[in-house]
Design a protein around this ligand. Structure first.
Ligand code: AMP
Ligand code: ZN
Ligand code: FE
Ligand code: FE
Length: 302
């Protein structure tokens, strides 16, 4: 029998605002993602596939069927210039943008096309040492989904080259590996403006992973946050397993100072996709309300 959430057993909302389906690099279909969220006790889930809105419709329907409130979103791949010839990959979560906004659609299309070119280049490099083909990669993912290194990782696992997806990331698919190729991404500040122009709310995903030292040189340094805030950044994803404890305090202070939204999320990619588990980090209901109040691009489905 279907659960009735308005009945006698009231449970506190569990709000998880960052999760991937197989429309990008997660392993669950949008329906399975929402079903798994329900099983994990998540009451509100944002589907935030990389650079695509392809999973939204299916997730919304599954949300109705499983009593999960689905918040449609996108994790937008962006790049911030931090010096001459040096840029950093920055992921910006966009909540409730208009999925038909032409400027946003164009930019996402461009990013996805570039990801395909980049993945093909990586396959060509890998093919010098392993019997991998582009067709084998395509066989790993549904048509139209956003291609990333995880699809290459899954192919290498299926070939027996590495035991797991994570092992591929720490070895041959690492950004310092000789098979690594970087891809095109929109400037971070331009992305923030595009999201706002499409009526969406922008939240920087998993920031300051290297705080305070900048050890791996792959993360946006703290001093660049004021540029993003100046460009209209609406919020910061603080509760995420990759954000170090000291960084959280620094980010909380920044959020208070600039009246920014703060969120908590899992960044789930499927049980075997990554260790992140649905609902492991949560967003306060008041913060979700601020996102809903500031968004005007898409009506939240009931
Ligand atoms: P790419 O964007 O193509 O460079 O690939 C990086 C993406 O792979 C990020 O979004 C990660 O979240 C994702 N990813 C999925 N599974 C893993 C994993 N096991 N280890 C590291 N990254 C992963
Ligand atoms: Zn991902
Ligand atoms: Fe990310
Ligand atoms: Fe993510």
């Amino acid at each position: 029998m279907a659960e009735n959430f308005s009945s006698w057993h009231y449970s506190a909302p569990v709000i998880d605002l960052h999760a991937h389906s197989n429309m990008s690099d997660g392993l669950d279909s949008p329906t399975e993602l929402v079903q798994n969220a329900a099983l994990a006790g998540v009451t509100t889930l944002a589907i935030t596939d990389h650079d695509t809105t392809l999973g939204w419709d299916e997730a919304i329907i599954a949300g109705r069927q499983n009593q999960v409130r689905v918040i449609p979103g996108i994790e937008v791949s962006t790049r911030q210039l931090i010096g001459e010839n040096r840029s950093i990959s920055v992921h910006i979560l966009a909540y409730l943008p208009d999925p038909k906004n032409s400027a946003l659609v164009e930019e996402l299309d461009k990013t996805r096309r570039s990801r395909i070119d980049r993945a093909k280049k990586m396959v060509a490099l890998l093919a010098e040492d392993y019997p991998i083909t582009w067709e084998m990669v395509l066989a790993q993912i549904p048509e139209g989904s956003t291609v990333g290194r995880p699809a290459l990782a899954d192919t290498l696992v299926s070939m027996g080259v590495v035991p797991t997806r994570s092992d591929a990331f720490t070895s041959i698919l690492h950004s310092h590996s000789r098979y690594y190729v970087s891809d095109y991404s929109v400037d971070t500040t331009d992305a923030i403006a595009l999201i706002r122009g499409a009526g969406g709310v922008s939240v920087i995903a998993h920031p300051l992973i290297d705080f305070p030292a900048g050890a791996s040189m792959t993360d946006l340094p703290a001093e660049f946050f004021k540029i993003l805030i100046g460009a209209g950044l609406n919020g910061i994803e603080i509760e995420h397993r990759s954000v170090p404890k000291q960084a959280k305090q620094w980010l909380k202070n920044l959020a208070v100072k600039h009246n920014l939204i703060t969120t908590g999320s899992s960044d789930y990619h499927g049980i075997d996709g990554k260790d992140n588990r649905l609902g492991e980090n949560r967003t306060e209901p008041a913060m979700l309300q601020r996102i809903l109040d500031q968004a005007s691009g898409f009506e939240v489905p009931l």
